[in-house]
Ligand binder design. Structure first.
Ligand code: ADP
Length: 349
């Protein structure tokens, strides 16, 4: 006679990859009947159009058939009712709750995230400029490049040494001026190909970049967040013990208010907004030195006033800056405007 408990035990080896738990833990097994050596199972799926239905059924049948002495295995599929679905969803939430808990502060005085509404506004360049200015002032600085989908920090600093592991900790490479850097690029070695990541993967990579990297003692850790307001950014803002957020925007972005979403997200999560940096907002004529506001008056200042935060400053379009970013020599670039922005950030904290 086959034992019901053995059947249940065997079914525990079948994992629903979408739920991240086995079919017994997910309460999918409604009924097990043993008649002699034959086993009849009723399994409830989360939906009648579950794409994994045939796979789960097959795996469950194989698992039960592998028990010694089992004869025929019949597996009937059905769907969960509303109550069962609710219970399952609560279980999933409870299991992942620890993933949303705030991570500890470490030996880092201030952690600042740099955000933008969309890509290409110069978020990474501004992160690198702020880091460089702070490090030139004698601060110990690190950059966690969380822009996993388009990591450009290592290129801007001309660093391509991969991190190494020492006593179970990831040791980050440093820039010329000693800024500690960690980025997906340094690990995959691919500077060009953007990586396609799903929300949960981005969050766990960033978690590891924070927790498993030996940042040592730092005055500032700057986190270059992916642009936008998807799940990944939301999680990062929730789990990292941030002291504040610097919003980088461009005149075009300000015109269609994409950046407002990023601002709303920080406010919703209770992360203070340190201020707004408007990038690429004007040019200085190389012949006469006149300042030309290409996009009309500065909207960044108006937005900052509207949401009651500091306007940290505007950075002109400067071919020298883009050349410094392209050649990996950002630390050789110096600009009084950027220095003033970094000072204001330090003051605000
Ligand atoms: P993001 O991180 O927002 O995607 P990046 O910092 O990678 O944007 O900048 C996008 C491009 O614009 C890069 O080639 C960079 O060198 C250039 N860039 C950024 N800011 C400026 C600026 N103020 N003047 C000239 N080029 C800039």
């Amino acid at each position: 006679m086959v034992d019901k408990d053995d059947v249940l035990e065997a079914l525990k080896s079948v994992v629903d990859p979408e739920l991240g738990m086995d079919i017994v833990a997910a309460n999918m097994i409604r009924d097990i009947k043993v008649e002699g050596n034959d086993v009849k199972i009723v399994m409830a799926l989360t939906s009648d159009s579950c794409p994994l239905a045939s796979r789960l059924k097959e795996e469950a049948e194989v698992a039960v058939k592998s028990i010694e002495g089992v004869g025929k295995v019949e597996l009937e599929l059905t769907t969960m009712n509303e109550e069962e679905l609710k219970a399952l969803s609560a279980k999933i939430k409870a299991r992942s709750a620890h993933l949303l808990e705030k991570l500890p502060k470490k030996d880092i005085k201030k952690i600042i995230a740099i955000v933008s509404g969309k890509g290409g506004v110069g978020k990474s360049s501004v992160t690198a400029l702020i880091a460089t200015t702070l490090s030139k002032r004698g601060m110990r600085v690190g950059i966690l490049d969380a822009d996993i989908t388009g990591p450009s920090i290592p290129k801007i600093f001309g660093v391509n040494t991969p991190p190494f592991v020492l006593e179970g900790k990831i040791v980050p490479p440093t820039s010329k001026n000693g800024i500690k850097l960690i980025s997906m690029n340094l690990i995959t070695g691919q500077q060009e190909a953007p990586v396609i990541w799903r929300g949960p993967l981005v969050s766990s990579a960033i978690r590891q970049f924070y927790i498993d990297v030996d940042w040592g003692e730092l005055d500032y850790l700057l986190v270059d967040l992916p642009p936008g307001t998807s799940d990944a950014q939301l999680t990062v803002m929730q789990i990292l013990p941030l002291d504040g957020v610097v919003v980088v925007t461009s005149p075009q972005e300000l015109a269609n208010l994409i950046v407002s979403k990023a601002i709303n997200m920080s406010t919703m999560l209770g992360v203070p907004i340190i201020g707004i940096v408007e990038n690429m907002s004007y040019v200085i004529c190389p012949k006469c030195g006149e300042r030309i506001n290409l996009f009309g008056e500065q909207r960044g200042r108006m937005l900052a006033e509207k949401i009651n935060t500091k306007f940290l400053g505007s950075i002109p379009i400067d071919p020298d800056l883009s050349a410094a970013c392209d050649s990996g020599s950002i630390e050789d670039y110096s600009n009084a405007t950027v220095q003033a922005i970094a000072e204001r950030i330090v003051e605000s904290l």
